[in-house]
Design a binder for this molecule. Structure first.
Ligand SMILES: C=C(O[C@@H]1C=C(C(=O)O)C=C[C@H]1O)C(=O)O
Length: 276
């Protein structure tokens, strides 16, 4: 039998999922393929992967081919600490101004458009850019970074800039958590491989629990090749949410409804979760 082909987001936010797997040697039983979230979605579409974490908005665009893994997501209920708008002006003053968007983000790009339109009644002039803050701010009034780029830029924050956490902005607007990534499974694969999926789900849940129980060691390892102090990542891992409970699903549905109203997705998909 083939080993399941599982995607892995190459961001620090996924480290707690990964750390326990390394420690417990579960990695030997799956083929783990790394990439950024948008690449992983493409590989899932092309049947190079069986299941993968993907930007939550990518599920809305491909839901007919996918079913969702229960119980895991990458979410935040308030501050996310790795999705920031860095701005030269207060956010209230960005209507009609240029905003540079990280080209590795899908979910947060749409989230920013929603927040600007609904919370601030602003319609900036958006353009996509490589995720390099200095270069972005040469051309734009504000810049959106996600993942490790955002963690690094915030760690070395330029005090002249206004900084807005999009998890916080969303919570203030909707009073709900925000789901940034979901685990999508190809439907064909899900139909035939229930046992494997249960094993993978359980391994991830064990891994997250192990990582959070050993959070100092986990953060120390994640910070190994970075300039961050361990505690910066301890704090980060504690603000992320890795479950996919009722209120997360409610938050996700609300996000999809808002995205659909702004024409960012064609339809609001059902939150179709594999029953296992
Ligand atoms: C929390 C994060 O969520 C990520 C944000 C994504 C996006 O904006 O498209 C996609 C996947 C998530 O890993 C982050 O990377 O900072």
């Amino acid at each position: 039998m083939m080993r399941p082909r599982v995607g892995h987001i190459q961001f620090i936010n996924c480290f707690p999922l990964f750390y326990g797997l390394i420690e417990k040697k579960f990695l030997l039983e799956v083929d783990l393929i790394k990439g950024n979230p948008t690449d992983l979605n493409r590989m899932l579409m092309e049947n190079i992967l069986d299941l993968a974490p993907i930007p939550s908005i990518a599920y809305a665009r491909n839901y007919k081919d996918y079913i969702l893994m229960p119980d895991i997501s990458i979410s935040a209920d308030g501050e996310v600490k790795s999705i920031y708008l860095f701005s030269k002006l207060p956010i209230e003053d960005l209507d009609g101004k240029k905003i540079a968007l990280s080209n590795i983000s899908a979910t947060s790009v749409a989230l920013l458009r929603i927040i600007m339109a609904k919370k601030y009644r602003s319609f900036p002039d958006y353009f996509t850019s490589a995720p390099e803050l200095g270069a972005m701010l040469m051309e734009a009034e504000a810049a959106l970074l996600i993942g490790d780029d955002a963690l690094r830029a915030k760690y070395n924050q330029d005090k002249r800039l206004y900084v807005y956490d999009l998890g916080r902005e969303w919570k203030d607007y909707s009073n709900l958590p925000m789901v940034f990534a979901v685990w999508a499974i190809r439907k064909e694969y899900a139909d035939k491989n229930r046992e494997q999926i249960i094993n993978i789900r359980d391994a991830f849940i064990d891994s997250i629990r192990y990582s959070l129980d050993n959070i100092q060691a986990c953060a120390h390892k994640a910070a190994q090749w970075e300039e961050f102090a361990d505690d910066y990542l301890v704090d980060y891992f504690r603000s992320l949410r890795f479950d996919f409970d009722e209120t997360k699903r409610e938050g996700l549905l609300k996000y999809y409804k808002e995205a659909q109203k702004l024409g960012l997705i064609d339809e609001v998909p059902p939150i179709d979760i594999l029953e296992i």
